[in-house]
Design a protein around this ligand. Structure first.
Ligand code: ZN
Length: 226
């Protein structure tokens, strides 16, 4: 099975549409979503509705979790907090109920799905370096590939004994200085992992952020992928 794994869409409908179109044209069997569907961008409802109807499995991200009121926004920076307040005003009850229903982790086809970390999914820590990954391998069943998001930087860590932690990157707000939408495709038979990158209409996503009076920085950063 070829599985598309998307994460950190952040209400960027233009980027999400491009990723889903490419996965469809490549005949991915399934699409999984690792959360942060909302926050930062201007199309939270449209993005939640697309994920809800097209993804086979979805886990909750910290921005989704703050929106439903479980995770405190105290540690959010001012941009994230402004986006959260704006999103809370526009999100529909139905979409909020859907986000509330999402689990923190899921295991599908021998794959482990979590937004931030396997060991402490609700702590929202980051796995950025091999040292960070070490403690989290132990939280995984043997021979398991875990897919994560959260840092918006695509990277893979292996424990050398069959366990891997793969950050699929961010669809809607890449932060590795490459502004193209980023996600991963994993082949469960061959174990082949591939990151895909696509140019999307950044101009339009940024225009909507400005039209919604969200912080200018949230529009500007899309052009540089930071
Ligand atoms: Zn995120």
């Amino acid at each position: 099975m070829r599985i598309g794994i998307i994460s950190d869409i952040h209400a960027n409908l233009e980027a999400l549409a491009v990723a889903l179109r490419r996965l469809d044209s490549e005949k991915a069997d399934r699409v999984y979503c690792l959360g942060d569907i909302v926050g930062y961008g201007a199309n939270p409802n449209e993005c939640v509705e697309k994920v809800r109807s097209l993804c086979h499995a979805t886990v909750i991200g910290n921005h989704d979790d703050a929106l439903i009121g479980r995770t405190s926004a105290r540690y959010f920076n001012s941009y994230a907090r402004a986006a959260l307040d704006w999103t809370a005003r526009v999100i529909t009850d139905e979409n909020l109920a859907y986000l509330t229903s999402l689990p923190l982790t899921r295991q599908e086809d021998g794959l482990y799905l979590v937004h931030a970390t396997p060991a402490e999914p609700l702590a929202w820590n980051y796995i950025l370096h091999p040292e960070d990954a070490r403690a989290h391998f132990e939280a995984l069943p043997p021979k398991t590939v875990a897919f994560i998001g959260h840092s918006h930087v695509p990277v893979r860590f292996d424990d050398g004994a069959g366990r891997s932690i793969v950050n699929v990157g961010s669809v809607g707000q890449p932060r590795d200085r490459d502004p193209r939408a980023c996600w991963a495709v994993y082949d469960t038979e061959s174990g082949t992992l591939q990151w895909l990158r696509e140019v999307y209409p950044v101009q339009e996503a940024a225009r909507k952020i400005r039209a919604a009076n969200l912080p200018e920085f949230l529009a500007a950063r899309l052009f540089i992928g930071m």
